[in-house]
Write a protein that binds this ligand. Structure first.
Ligand SMILES: Nc1ncnc2c1ncn2[C@@H]1O[C@H](COP(=O)(O)OP(=O)(O)OP(=O)(O)O)[C@@H](O)[C@H]1O
Length: 366
């Protein structure tokens, strides 16, 4: 073995990442490393890349380092079993209870965060009262195409930023209020799930309409939802509705695991006074609710002007690289995945069969 290759091996051992390096090639002064990152998170990959570059430039300045960093793919055994929608591994409902708390903004940014982590993501905008995804993903006016799959005509979701998208807004005139009764809305949504060609998806996020009415009951009974995420502001009246939302998913007839609660609009910090936090809607309300109900708290999102601007501009804030806002969405998304994984471990055996069908969530395991 060349002395350069020996030095490379020593450095990798010092860094404690020798097991992550699947292939080392030394050609002259060029060192090519194929590294498999155990974390799908973009910032973890960047940190790994940075650590390698700094260490090599300090300890082996003569070497020209070339890095190929990829992400570990989930092991085969985590594949979904008994899946009701072929190719779709996890269907996550995002609900609120009260309207206007930021459920759609959270859904859009969570979809982007998952996509950035390397997952295949679909987003179904089921908000029949105010479908906002076409705007948030800058695809207003686009229409899903029809494709022939196995002799059947299927809807091809519109794709934006790597996320496959279907929205009630693609079919309804946005100037008209869409007033659909529960079964009708549920049927339309069911078609958008089953008669669409989603292809292989790790996650299909469903942005539900606000509230806990009969529409929700129809949807959650017809669509095999893997888990639900509840979004609330810390305000008392929003929390009352969020509690109802959790209760609805936990009803015996529905029995969808609640993966956690996200506190949106948790506080406001003016740009000129970033240390000051103003708790406009109250403090820690959703966090306390999560504790009270014994469901995971997935994190808080402050009120940030750029989140609103990014949504209106059709470029969700999570698309930014390594900003406090995008990192925060990434952390919340990871917490959601961790919650999905933990459910498998903690639910009683009678539920295990159902819950093991929630596969596809292992990449967040650290
Ligand atoms: N963290 C945030 N910071 C700043 N603005 C936000 C934040 N979250 C949401 N908003 C803004 O608040 C408004 C409501 O958000 P959004 O449409 O996501 O709520 P929703 O709960 O989905 O509403 P609906 O009840 O209509 O479905 C939007 O203008 C959005 O851009």
């Amino acid at each position: 073995m060349s002395s350069l290759k020996n030095r490379v091996r020593e450095i990798l051992e010092e860094l404690g990442i020798e097991n992550w390096v699947k292939n080392t090639q030394v050609m002259g002064d060029e060192v090519i490393l194929d590294v498999v990152s155990p974390s799908p998170a973009m910032h973890e990959r960047k940190r790994l890349e940075q650590a390698l570059k700094v260490t090599f430039s300090e300890q082996l300045p003569e070497a020209k380092l070339k890095l190929n960093i990829t992400v570990e793919t989930p092991p085969e055994k985590q594949e979904i079993k008994g899946n009701e929608i072929p190719g779709v591994k996890n269907i996550i409902a995002i609900a609120s209870g009260k309207g206007g708390v930021g459920k759609s903004t959270v859904s859009a940014n969570m979809a982007i965060s998952l996509q950035k982590m390397g997952f295949k993501v679909g987003l179904l905008d089921a908000d029949i009262y105010g479908p906002s995804m076409p705007t948030m993903f800058d695809v207003v006016g686009e229409q899903p195409m029809s494709v022939n799959v196995g002799g059947k005509s299927k809807m091809k979701p519109v794709e934006s930023y790597g996320v496959k998208l279907l929205s009630i807004g693609f079919f309804a005139n946005t100037d008209q209020a869409v007033v659909w009764r529960g079964p009708m809305a549920a049927k339309a949504l069911n078609q958008m799930i089953r008669d669409a060609h989603w292809g292989e998806l790790d996650f299909l996020l469903v942005d539900l309409p606000p509230g806990t009415g009969d529409i929700h009951l129809s949807i959650v009974q017809q669509v095999p939802i893997t888990g639900a995420v509840i979004v609330s502001t810390p305000q008392t009246i929003a929390l009352v509705d969020a509690r109802k939302g959790v209760g609805m998913f936990q009803m015996e007839a529905i029995n969808v695991p609640v993966l956690g609660i996200i506190e949106n609009m948790a506080y406001f910090s003016p740009a000129e006074l970033p240390e000051n936090k103003y708790y406009l809607f109250g403090q820690n309300g959703a966090k306390n609710l999560a504790e009270d109900l014994g469901v995971p708290f997935l994190g808080e999102v402050p009120i940030v002007q750029s989140i609103r601007e990014a949504a209106d501009a059709g470029r969700p804030a999570a698309l930014q690289d390594n900003t406090p806002v995008s990192n925060n969405y990434e952390t919340i998304t990871q917490n959601m995945i961790v919650s999905l994984v933990e459910r498998n471990d903690t639910l009683p055996p009678t539920e295990a069969v159902r819950i093991t069908t929630m596969a596809g969530c292992s990449p967040a395991k650290k």
